[in-house]
Design a protein. Structure first.
Length: 408
C-alpha cells in the first residue's frame, strides 16, 4: 500500500485507481520514521461529505475547532458541513460568517453546503448564485424539500451553476410523530414509528425530476431496502445520482435498540432486511460512499430516552474502526472497497482534491469505545463499549499535522 521513492516522496497506493504522493521533506524526522515501521498502515486522508459542526449558532453542541480535530482523529482531512445552522447559509452574508470561523479554527479542509431554501423553510429558494463558488453543493439537510415544484426549480438553478443538489429525503406527511423505525421494536415497546416510505417516496419523486432537469443529485443517509433498489434502478437508466449511507445503518438494526437517546437518529435504525440490502448496496456499487452524519448534541439533549431526545449521534471518530472491524476483518468487503467508499468516490463526486494528506493507523490495536475519550463535544454513540480494531496514530492535512497520538 505504500512505497518510498528515491526523490524523497512517499507514494500511498490506497486503491488501484487512486494514489497520493507525500513530500517527506516537509515532515519532522519523528514523523518520517513512521513510514519505515511495518506496525503502521498509511492511507490517504478520508473524506466525509456529511457532518454537522454546529457553528455558527449552536456552539454548545460542537464547534468548528472541536469538530475538525475530532475528524482528524478519525483519519479525515476533508469534510462537508451541513447548513442547518443559525444563521442558515442561504446568502453570501450568512455563508461568510461560517467561512470566517472555518478559516480561523479548522484543522482540516472544510467545504460547507449552502441551503436550498431560505432558512431551510422550504418556501423560497436561497441565493444560490451568491454562494456557488464556495460551497460543496446545496442541501436543506435536516428537512426534506416538501414542494415538488420548489425542488424542480432548485435543480434547474443548481445545474446552471454546476453544483449538486444533496437531498435529505423525508416526507413530513408520513412521519405521524414517529421517532424510531416502524418495526418490531416499536410495536413491542409502544413507540411511534417512522415508516420507510417517508424516505423512499421523496427519493423516487426526486429521481424523476433529475431525469427531467439533468441535475447532478446526491441522496443523503439512505436507510431502507426500497431506497437501495430505487437508486440501483435509476443508475441502470443512466440517471446522474449518487448516494451515501452511514456506518450505523450497515452494522446495526432496530433489534439493537435500547431505551436511550444514543440510539436515536434520523433516519432511524431500520430492520434487518434493510441492513442486508444496504450491505448488498455497498458490495455492488449502488451505494457510492460512507458518510458519518456526525450530529453532536449536548448531554442534556440526549438524556431523554428514545421519544424525547434530539435526533442525532456522533460518529466521525469511530467510523473507520467500525467499518474495518465489522466489514473488512469479517470479509464482507475488501480494504480496497472501503477506500473507495471513504476516499475515492466522495472526492471524485464532490471534486475535493488533496495535497500531502494522509492518515496513519495501527490496525492491530484493539480498544473499547469510550465517549469520554472523544475530542468531539458530542458523546452520544450507539457503539459505547464496543470492542473495535484500529487506532489513528497521525493525520496530516496539506502537509500540516492535524492530529497526533501521544504514542508519537
Amino acid at each position: 500500500m505504500t512505497e518510498m521513492m528515491k526523490s524523497g516522496v512517499f507514494k500511498i497506493d490506497a486503491h488501484p485507481k487512486f494514489s497520493v504522493s507525500v513530500d517527506m521533506a516537509h515532515l519532522p524526522v519523528d514523523i518520517r520514521s513512521i513510514f519505515d515501521s511495518p506496525k503502521y498502515t498509511v492511507f490517504p486522508g478520508f473524506c466525509d461529505v456529511h457532518v454537522h459542526f454546529r457553528e455558527p449558532g449552536f456552539s454548545y453542541k460542537e464547534r468548528i475547532y472541536t469538530g475538525s480535530r475530532a475528524a482528524a482523529r478519525g483519519g479525515y482531512t476533508a469534510v462537508c458541513t451541513m447548513p442547518n445552522l443559525n444563521p442558515v447559509p442561504d446568502c453570501r452574508e450568512n455563508l461568510d460568517l461560517q467561512l470566517q470561523l472555518i478559516e480561523r479554527d479548522s484543522a482540516i479542509k472544510i467545504i460547507p453546503y449552502g441551503s436550498i431554501t431560505v432558512g431551510e423553510a422550504g418556501h423560497e429558494l436561497a441565493k444560490m448564485e451568491e454562494m456557488a463558488g464556495d460551497v460543496a453543493g446545496f442541501s436543506d439537510d435536516g428537512r426534506g424539500v416538501q414542494d415538488e415544484e420548489m425542488m424542480r426549480e432548485a435543480m434547474i438553478r443548481a445545474k446552471a451553476l454546476g453544483k449538486m443538489i444533496v437531498a435529505h429525503c423525508e416526507d413530513n406527511s408520513l412521519l405521524r410523530g414517529g421517532y424510531i423505525h416502524d418495526g418490531e421494536y416499536a410495536k413491542a415497546h409502544g413507540h411511534r414509528g417512522i415508516c420507510s416510505e417517508s424516505e423512499w417516496g421523496p427519493i423516487a419523486r426526486d429521481l424523476k425530476l433529475v431525469e427531467e432537469t439533468g441535475c447532478a443529485y446526491h441522496v443523503c443517509h439512505i436507510s431502507t431496502k426500497e431506497s437501495v433498489q430505487i437508486i440501483r434502478e435509476a443508475k441502470a437508466r443512466g440517471v446522474n445520482v449518487t448516494c451515501e449511507t452511514a456506518p450505523h445503518y450497515l452494522v446495526m438494526d432496530d433489534s439493537d435498540l435500547m431505551e436511550e437517546g444514543r440510539f436515536k437518529m434520523n433516519p432511524p435504525l431500520r430492520g434487518e432486511e434493510d441492513r442486508h440490502a444496504l450491505i448488498e448496496g455497498i458490495i455492488d456499487g449502488t451505494i457510492d460512499m460512507i458518510a458519518t452524519d456526525h450530529a453532536p448534541h449536548s448531554a442534556e439533549e440526549k438524556a431523554k430516552g428514545l421519544e424525547k431526545s434530539a435526533f442525532g449521534i456522533v460518529g466521525i471518530e469511530t467510523a473507520f474502526p467500525v467499518m474495518y472491524t465489522k466489514l473488512v476483518k469479517t470479509g464482507v468487503i475488501t480494504m480496497d472497497r472501503l477506500m473507495e467508499l471513504l476516499v475515492v468516490n466522495p472526492r471524485e463526486r464532490f471534486g475535493i482534491s488533496m495535497t500531502n494528506d494522509f492518515t496513519v493507523w495501527d490496525l492491530n490495536e484493539e480498544f473499547a469505545v469510550d465517549p469520554d475519550d472523544f475530542i468531539s463535544m458530542g458523546k452520544a454513540t450507539p457503539f459505547t463499549g464496543e470492542k473495535l480494531y484500529g487506532k489513528c496514530i497521525l493525520t496530516v492535512c496539506d502537509g500540516k499535522i492535524a492530529y497526533k497520538s501521544d504514542k508519537i
